[in-house]
Design a protein around this ligand. Structure first.
Ligand code: AG3
Length: 274
């Protein structure tokens, strides 16, 4: 018998892949969690029916959300990830030698535990001595800590369920205050094909708080439409003014210095969104 998993990406569209095994399922305090073995993409983490990451394409997302901000800030020492319980962003952050400490602020401990057990290629850096895991609500955490980080990376789920508050103006204001005086942050901001209103709202909300606001794009095969957006808010450093000849070569499969600024060149229909 063939088994297929479908994410209903829109009310009228599904993304379906063949699975060879259901590795693990759980109803956590916050969401439904599944680890599936797929034929096409290898192991896959699914939360509330939405694909979060797969072994085959996780590098696209994790490298883009981590290296663009970290190579925009000239000396990122203290970095925080809000969400991102699979650990993929932490793994990328720790490729930067100047980072002294990377904090993972995750609300759902079960995502971390399942990822450690079933997705070791992604979660491998969580036990590094420069990584520290804090299980708490990201909104509460940023509101309670001021002037603390050089870079904050918001690796959330879609803006439904536990992540809704991570797309709101109050949260971006708290992120602003949680950053040092020259800090910057990046958030994953969904598909420019399907989520135009969300992207517009988020962009303008960040722009009302941060002096520099920039949108960039990447290709993530397993996410809705494949085309994905990230929005950066920065107090001082502009990603478009980075001297790319000074970017250190690190071991990556998607990100490279030539792409750093090119990622911010937007197709006309995306320019029109913001
Ligand atoms: N966080 C963003 C996942 C969004 C995917 N949306 C969807 N499939 N509808 C990914 C977490 C990876 N560390």
């Amino acid at each position: 018998m063939e088994l297929w998993f479908t994410e209903q990406q829109t009310p009228d569209l599904g993304f379906t892949c063949k699975i060879t095994k259901t590795i693990y399922t759980a109803k956590t305090k916050y969401q439904d969690l599944a680890i599936l073995e797929t034929k096409q993409f290898g192991r896959m983490l699914v939360l509330d029916g939405a694909v979060q990451t797969t072994i085959a394409d996780e590098f696209c997302y994790h490298e883009l959300i981590a290296h663009v901000p970290l190579f925009t800030h000239p000396n990122p020492k203290k970095v925080a990830v809000i969400g991102g319980g699979d650990g993929g962003v932490i793994r990328e952050i720790l490729k930067h030698e100047e980072v002294e400490k990377a904090y993972l602020i995750e609300i759902d401990q079960e995502v971390i535990e399942a990822s450690k057990k079933y997705l070791p290629e992604i979660s491998c850096a969580l036990d590094d001595k420069r990584a520290e895991v804090i299980i708490t609500d990201g909104i509460k955490f940023v509101s309670e800590n001021k002037n603390m980080f050089d870079v904050i990376i918001v690796d959330s789920t879609d803006p439904v369920g536990p992540a809704v508050g991570l797309f709101e103006t109050n949260f971006y204001q708290a992120v602003y205050e949680c950053l040092k005086e020259d800090g910057l942050f990046v958030a994953q901001t969904e598909s420019p094909f399907y989520d135009q209103e969300l992207i517009r709202n988020v962009f303008h909300s960040i722009k009302s708080i941060f002096p520099i606001t920039r949108l960039y794009l990447g290709f993530i095969p397993t996410y809705p439409s494949g085309l994905w957006s990230f929005t950066m808010g920065s107090k001082k450093y502009d990603p478009l003014e980075v001297d790319i000849s000074k970017i250190k070569r690190i071991d990556t499969r998607y990100y490279n210095p030539e792409l750093h600024k090119a990622l911010f060149a937007l197709p006309t229909f995306v320019k029109k969104i913001i």
